[in-house]
Ligand binder design. Structure first.
Ligand SMILES: Nc1ncnc2c1ncn2[C@@H]1O[C@H](COP(=O)(O)OP(=O)(O)OP(=O)(O)O)[C@@H](O)[C@H]1O
Length: 667
């Protein structure tokens, strides 16, 4: 066995309690989940209530804890030999968790089978002591936030260790996969991707506004852009690709596909900006796959070093996995083999997958660099480098990794590869930075206005202080029934906290954030996709790219710090011509710096702008600037002068007030 192979020690850290004030006991309840399921009649949560936008009730600063057994899991093995959580019960009879108690009061009980072992007065932000709830699977790795002792829990199969004291930075979702940092070996092997044709090509229907894409103004800047195509036939895809496009339910290309496909086919570098949910993934996958097909690319199983022709990077594990599944779908029935590598799964497994043959290597930056560093992937044949969510890939979080990637031994210089960047947002400073990675004559494709929100999303901003947010959220969720809702919060701790709260209130909820183990993250997404848990509480790790059917609502429980993040978050709904709704809680205290950019995004997407928001935005003028981070949206290509250009390209009147407009336009 090579030294890169992971050892197969038991999976660690199945429950994570940062600092629980209680030790507790519970009877084992294999395959729990009961207390959050719709079967729980008593807990039916679809009981009417006031509509969106209603002012919250008087929740105050506390909430009730549940009385039932805290759910954890029973371990078992899945078909991959992975440890799995068999449900939501815990067998902690003789190993009650003990942490040093947090501050504040424990919850008061009500039925429902959920023990709220956290200690809080209801204000997660004031509470130093983290906790990890798990009504939706299991706790994450290692205790977070607690000063408590390490814990051991023995289950039927051995001893597990739980660090009680490690505290990670809780303020921001890292979104970043740094797999090279020290930590426990990860042995998780994800379930295999679907083999069934119907599952591979499963898709959701385009919405009533799909044809309205045709009305969006498109601008291509740069020299000699090729003409757009109007149909997929004009893309001259090979028969297999055409068949796969049809099986995916694509009848006509979206604007980013109409313009992007011929640009990529013509061998040009591209920076493309198009609204969320408008088909950017296929815009780069189809021409790339077509080229690989026409060149006769075929994966070779027999090489100890794989030399992919394509490298695709994206900022989060779930997104890169989604892109991989799209690549696999379009490459179905061809000899082209896409592979995905990302953190949180066994490196040994990942390397094995790569060595089975790899033409299209999809990865998060950390794991990608890791695999390259292990000498399993040679870069000399790379002809396409794709940065999805390019502005994120080039911001402070990932820029160093991207520079490492393009500077890795064997990576063809930018003159000898095609570099393609896609996003719905491109702050100007990032655009300038991006030019370092692109050939000088790259084309800049803008569908609509850079950084604009999709107008199929109905946006509402509600002024609410942090103490009333939870009640307001609950009120809203009572009206949405089983409709899928993503609730975005600022911190991982809040994600746990809110998810716990909703579970207690009988709202079937799951959560995703960077402190959850990969298996838990995947389970959470799967439960959300299937509707088992129609509410997903998420940090920014789920803000970008995720394409989940039936997401009718996005709630910004906490508004993000940047307007780009806002645009991506709300873009989880209203995709592909479907309509959606986004409700954001605006707490003047932390959110005022965002007011001006919010007003611009709202008006740009023809949304009603509340007068109180305009007032806040107006009075904030001159102190906070347009964007809290000093970034500004570019109205178009920075090579033309960006937001401050003298002779801007014509913009559609309807959009002239959007993010891209000059800062003074709306006043
Ligand atoms: N031409 C098309 N016809 C029908 N459906 C399409 C077409 N193009 C893309 N789709 C579907 O639209 C959905 C959104 O596409 P995709 O995820 O590529 O959007 P995106 O622009 O990358 O969004 P984001 O900015 O959020 O990453 C997907 O389900 C995709 O399969």
């Amino acid at each position: 066995m090579e030294n890169w192979e992971d050892d197969q020690s038991p999976v660690m850290s199945n429950v994570n309690f940062g600092n629980t004030g209680n030790s507790w006991k519970s009877e084992s309840q294999p395959n729990g989940f009961k207390n959050i399921s719709n079967d729980d009649e008593e807990g039916s949560w679809k009981n009417g209530g006031s509509g969106f936008g209603a002012q919250g009730g008087n929740m105050g600063r506390s909430f009730r804890g549940g009385d039932g057994g805290f759910k954890s899991f029973n371990s078992g093995n899945d078909e991959n030999g992975n440890k799995v959580d068999g449900g939501c019960s815990w067998r902690g009879g003789k190993d009650g968790f003990r942490g040093r108690g947090g501050r504040g009061r424990g919850g008061r009980g009500r039925g429902g089978g959920f023990r709220n072992s956290l200690n809080s007065e209801g204000d997660e932000n004031d509470n130093d002591e983290g906790f990890k709830s798990d009504c939706f699977g299991r706790g994450g790795r290692g205790g977070r936030g607690g000063r408590g002792a390490s814990h051991q829990v023995t289950d039927g199969e051995g001893t597990r260790h739980f660090g009680g004291g490690s505290r990670k930075d809780d303020d921001e979702e890292e979104g970043k996969e740094n797999d090279r940092t020290a930590g426990p070996k990860v042995t998780y092997v994800p379930p295999p991707p679907p083999e069934e044709e119907n599952s591979i090509f499963a898709h959701y229907a385009t919405g009533i506004n799909f044809d309205k894409y045709d009305d969006i103004l498109v601008d291509v800047s740069g020299s000699n852009p090729p003409s757009a195509i109007m149909t997929f036939e004009e893309a001259h895809l090979c028969e297999t690709l055409n068949r796969n496009v049809a099986r995916a339910g694509y009848v006509k290309p979206t604007p980013v596909q109409k313009y992007g496909i011929p640009i990529i086919s013509a061998g040009r570098d591209l920076m493309a900006c198009a609204q969320t949910g408008s088909g950017k993934t296929a815009a780069f996958l189809l021409p790339i796959l077509q080229r690989l097909m026409s060149d006769g690319a075929a994966a070779s199983k027999f090489s100890e070093v794989q030399e992919p022709e394509v490298i695709i990077v994206a900022p989060t594990r779930e997104l890169i996995n989604q892109i991989y599944l799209e690549a696999r779908k379009f490459a179905y029935g061809t000899c082209v083999r896409p592979v995905v590598v990302y953190g949180g799964i066994s490196t040994g497994y990942t390397v094995q997958e790569v060595l089975k043959g790899c033409n299209v290597l999809c990865g998060t930056p950390g794991r990608l660099l890791d695999i390259i560093g292990r000498g399993k992937v040679g870069l000399s044949k790379v002809r396409y480098l794709v940065l999805d969510e390019a502005d994120r890939m080039l911001d402070m979080g990932f820029e160093t990794d991207m520079r490492k990637l393009v500077g890795s031994p064997g990576m063809p210089p930018k003159e000898q590869r095609q570099t393609l960047m896609f996003s719905a947002t491109y702050p100007e400073d990032i655009q300038r930075l991006a030019a370092d990675f692109l050939k000088e004559d790259y084309l800049f494709l803008v569908v609509g206005v850079v950084g604009g929100a999709c107008s199929d999303i109905e946006q509402h901003i509600i002024q609410v202080t942090k103490y009333l947010k939870r009640e307001q959220l609950l009120e809203m969720l009572k009206t949405t029934g089983n409709e899928r809702t993503m609730v975005f919060v600022e911190t991982k701790r809040s994600a746990d906290f809110i998810a716990t709260f909703l579970c207690q209130e009988k709202v079937p909820t799951t959560s995703i954030h960077g402190d959850r183990e990969q298996r838990e993250r995947e389970k959470a997404l799967s439960d959300f996709r299937t509707g088992k848990c129609p509410v997903l509480v998420a940090t920014s790790v789920a803000a970008r790219g995720l394409d989940i059917e039936h997401v009718q609502h996005v709630v910004n429980f906490d508004l993000p710090k940047s307007i780009e993040e806002y645009v991506h978050r709300i873009g989880r709904t209203g995709r592909c011509g479907n309509t959606g709704r986004a409700v954001s809680f605006f707490d003047p205290e932390p959110d005022t710096p965002l007011a001006r950019s919010l007003v611009k995004v709202l008006s740009g997407a023809q949304q009603e702008v509340p007068s109180w928001l305009e007032e806040i935005a107006f009075s904030a003028h001159g102190t906070t600037g347009f964007n809290p981070h000093g970034k500004v949206f570019a109205s178009t290509d920075t090579r033309r002068g960006g937001s401050f250009m003298k002779n801007p390209a014509p913009q559609p009147a309807a959009l002239s007030n959007v993010a891209g407009a000059d800062e003074d336009d709306w006043e």
